[in-house]
Design a protein around this ligand. Structure first.
Ligand code: RRO
Length: 324
């Protein structure tokens, strides 16, 4: 089965990646992702300096997904740049996988400083700018402010010339998709990644009558099967609205090969896995590829490009985007 995925001139063995935040915090986790069957790897969203993150417990696995309020724990941008540059310069067969560095300043000013640091470094690859972390107390999810997002992108593209994508929070109103796509289409963005966790959900244990995580009185980002319809809607909404040069990474609700297939069918170029990777570890990618291959075989597809973006409306018509 041919899972080969082209993404802005880069070729990956398959479209699967970790979602930033899961299995990408330190050397050990990143090495494990490097050895996994994933097509690519993204690093934990980085700030300028090391951050401890929020108090524990800050992650809870749930029957239908997960809730987290990690609070951006990370080892600082230098650590992740050094790691990825080392991998890219190595002769390892998996060197090609390390093409995505995620950053998440806690202010627009910090985002700019982080991007200036990347620009001045030897890193060559994609940058995923996280504008949607829901868990830093007192800090809003930047991308919900559409005017502020435009202003930030204007400043970024006045100096930054490496391939940049942004990680978006979920939107729920078609007018919001229109407004955000109008902003995004005005910039030479390489990709959008949708969605981040559904921010500020609340899980309460009926027996103890307590919330299940400590930070923010229990409010946290929801991931996993709970969010699949929202994730697919966001992927599809941007596939219908973005210019073809802005590619799409689909994230949210992948448990099996079926959800990978659905993300691709709705228009995702690559597909990230968060909650299920946390549950199962990096071996999840072998299973997902096997299951995706089985679905493709049953349907008679030999490559992903044969069905990518071709979801049908109720009348049976499809409106795919041009391929990468
Ligand atoms: O670290 C986190 O709490 C976190 C981040 Br930065 C994010 O973007 N999404 C999320 O669910 N958790």
């Amino acid at each position: 089965m041919d899972f080969t995925t082209r993404f802005h001139g880069q070729e990956f063995a398959n479209p699967l990646m970790n979602a930033s935040g899961v299995w990408c915090y330190d050397d050990e986790e990143l090495d494990a992702m490097g050895s996994s069957a994933s097509g690519a790897v993204v690093t934990k969203s980085a700030t300028t300096n090391f951050r401890e993150g929020n108090p524990e417990p800050r992650y809870q696995s749930l029957p239908l997904g997960s809730i987290n309020s990690m609070g951006l724990p990370n080892k600082g941008l230098d650590f992740y740049l050094d790691y990825v540059i080392r991998q890219q310069e190595s002769s390892a067969t998996n060197a090609q996988k390390f093409q995505f560095v995620s950053i998440a300043g806690t202010s627009p000013e910090e985002d700019i400083l982080l991007l200036k640091k990347i620009q001045a470094s030897d890193y060559k690859g994609f940058v995923e700018l996280n504008l949607s972390c829901p868990n830093v107390p007192g800090k809003p999810q930047m991308a919900y402010d559409i005017d502020a997002t435009r202003a930030l992108l204007e400043e970024i593209f006045s100096f930054f010339d490496q391939p940049l994508g942004i990680k978006l929070p979920p939107f729920f109103d078609l007018v919001h998709f229109d407004l955000m796509a109008d902003v995004l289409n005005d910039f030479p963005l390489a990709f959008v990644n949708c969605i981040n966790s559904v921010g500020n959900g609340l899980i309460v244990d009926v027996h103890t009558e307590r919330v299940v995580i400590h930070p923010k009185n229990g409010f946290g980002g929801i991931g996993g099967p709970y969010v699949l319809p929202t994730a697919l809607a966001n992927v599809r909404a941007y596939a219908e609205r973005l210019k073809p040069s802005i590619r799409i990474i689909g994230t949210g609700g992948v448990e099996s090969g079926e959800e990978v297939f659905l993300h691709l069918l709705c228009g995702a170029d690559m597909v990230q896995v968060g909650t299920q990777l946390q549950k199962e570890g990096p071996a999840v990618f072998d299973r997902l590829l096997k299951e995706l291959g089985q679905i493709m075989e049953e349907k008679g597809y030999k490559s992903i490009d044969e069905f990518r973006g071709k979801v049908r409306n109720y009348a049976g018509e499809s409106n795919p985007r041009p391929l990468a």
